[in-house]
Design a protein around this ligand. Sequence first.
Ligand SMILES: Cc1cc2nc3c(=O)[nH]c(=O)nc-3n(C[C@H](O)[C@H](O)[C@H](O)COP(=O)(O)O)c2cc1C
Length: 199
Amino acid sequence: MHFLDIAKNRYSTKQYNPNEKLSEDIVQQLTQILRLSPSSINSQPWKFTFISDTKIKSALATVSYHNLEKIEQASHLVVFSVIDNVEKFENENLSQLPETATNFYNQRVKSLGEAGIKNWMQHQVYLSLGFFLAACASMGIDSTPMEGIQPDEYNKILKYDGYTALFAAVIGRRDVADFNQPTFKPKFRRPLEEVVESI
Ligand SMILES: Cc1cc2nc3c(=O)[nH]c(=O)nc-3n(C[C@H](O)[C@H](O)[C@H](O)COP(=O)(O)O)c2cc1C
């Protein structure tokens, strides 16, 4: 299938079939795909946590606002986290990168200060979400990105140290009656000529 058709067909799934679990092979492929996500200067300031354990998934569902039911029903919950300590990033990630990368960081990022550096790191994790959603769609896996979570509660439940949860995604197989499928609810997007220009 052409990627344009994949883009037309993918959607944020609102109702999952709780009886359909993704195979271990599929999940392993997704872990490798996330590891291969691109990032500025190859900084990779992230951690991805795949959760299938029903007890932990349920605990996280209760601190995920309107996403509770999706998390309960879906096969896996994937939590996207970012390094929350600049010193840790510089010691563990930056130190392994080539000089051109450290030069870019020192000249263009470090001057932004702690909040700016953390913001820059978060951008990289968001990019991995786009990569992940596209990969899921190309593999015929249903998914839902979710900012509607309580990061502090996630951090406690997942016992994060040095990372903070940013957002999550659920993956699995849709309930065939899911109202949000493009066949039932056509996608809303702003007109092409408003969002794209050719010069
Ligand atoms: C970063 C991000 C956060 C989102 N958070 C949620 C969420 O918490 N719950 C939800 O049901 N959908 C969430 N969505 C889905 C969007 O509402 C959806 O992508 C948008 O309406 C476009 O619809 P489509 O994905 O079906 O094409 C989120 C999407 C993105 C990219």
